[in-house]
Ligand binder design. Structure first.
Ligand code: SAM
Length: 338
């Protein structure tokens, strides 16, 4: 298992396969002024597989497909199948807004997807429109049903708590963990990127402590669920007699950099050392300069990518400083050695 210079076991790689999204959540993507990675610049399914194989060879074991919205990628089943079939991949999950799952959940499970995290910020249709801007509650709920029917369990629900948008709706969502075996996780708003999204994140922030108090005041005490995984970013609880769990992910009020085991690859092949930090190594340039297709056919190429990943693990930073109100756009604030 690779360890970084802070002794952390780095074994979890998030693969962003596309930067497009079919929603425009107010804290994530502005309505205007966006530019997306042109298709030829996206890593191909084959290149993504090479990176995943290289990652496995240096000790990564858990992979998550994300975006943008990963289900928008036309070859998402091929990508899933390629990664799912790599020996040494112990976990393959996806984070999605679920809109396209009625069509894709079954084929994704067959292709090797094991688990899914579904993003839904509120169960109130009008407020959902205000915060996620496109998509409907019915579409997301149909996606959740499809994921359950496909056996992608446990269903983890991601709710980003945003003041005046959905902070009043957290009780209704948490109540789902009473009736269903869902893991409902409330995420603190992070100032990602810049401009209007970072502004909303900084001005509408709600600490997990407040969200928890709001939930317990109505639904009763939350009992801690000890985590088997020291790198679990979520503090998990359950209600007496409840079927599911409630979790709180608090990157701003309680940063968990000390136990972070994650890195991420962007859709255009940049390897990020921290999910919340823009320091990166250009994996795509390295891959392309090696001529991935020829390298794969001749059985070469993978060791060079593995060497890049191993070097990246060695330089993974600690401390994203979001708790100081610094957005991820301000790269100069991050220190990286090596
Ligand atoms: N489109 C997919 C989705 O909506 O889940 C995957 C990509 S999205 C960027 C991944 C997750 O990031 C979302 O589920 C949401 O919970 C979270 N997220 C996005 N912007 C965030 C922010 N500013 N602060 C905290 N979490 C955020």
């Amino acid at each position: 298992m690779p360890r970084d210079r802070f002794g952390r076991e780095i074994n979890y790689l998030r693969l962003s396969v596309i930067d497009h999204c079919n929603l425009r959540c107010v804290y994530c993507m502005p309505l205007r002024g966006l530019s997306f990675v042109p298709s030829p610049e996206l890593l191909t399914a084959e290149e993504i597989e090479t990176v995943a194989r290289a990652a496995v060879s240096v000790g990564f074991r858990k992979f998550r497909l994300t975006g943008g919205e990963p289900t928008l990628r036309p070859d998402i089943l091929e990508i899933t199948g390629r990664i799912g079939s790599i020996e040494g991949v112990e976990d393959l999950a996806m984070t999605t807004n679920a809109i396209l799952l009625p069509r894709l959940a079954g084929p994704l499970a067959e292709a090797g997807l094991r688990r899914i995290n579904i993003h839904i910020d509120t169960l109130h249709p009008e407020r959902l429109k205000k915060i996620m801007r496109f998509g409907t509650l019915e579409e997301i709920e149909a996606g959740i049903e499809a994921a359950e029917a496909a056996g992608l369990k446990p269903i983890k629900i991601n709710c980003v708590v945003t003041r005046d948008y959905n902070d009043g709706d957290v009780v209704d969502l948490a109540a789902r963990a009473l009736e269903r075996d869902w893991h409902v996780r409330f995420i603190e708003l992070m100032p990602l990127g810049g401009g209007e999204t970072a502004h909303i994140a900084l001005s509408q922030f709600v600490p997990s402590r407040e969200t928890r108090q709001r939930i317990e005041a109505v639904l009763g005490p939350l009992l801690p669920v000890p985590s088997a995984n020291p790198s679990d970013e979520s503090n998990n609880f359950r209600f007496e007699g409840g079927r599911g769990e409630v979790g709180f992910i608090s990157p701003v009020s309680e940063p968990y950099c000390g136990t972070c085991n994650r890195m991420r690859l962007t859709a255009d092949g940049k390897f990020h050392l921290c999910l919340l930090n823009d320091d990166e190594l250009d994996v795509k340039r390295a891959l392309r300069s090696l001529d991935v297709k020829r390298a794969l056919r001749s059985g070469a190429g993978l060791p060079e990518v593995a060497a890049i990943l191993a070097r990246a693990v060695g330089t993974k930073p600690t401390g994203h400083r979001l708790d100081e109100g610094i957005s991820t756009e301000d790269r100069s604030m991050f220190q990286i050695g090596g």
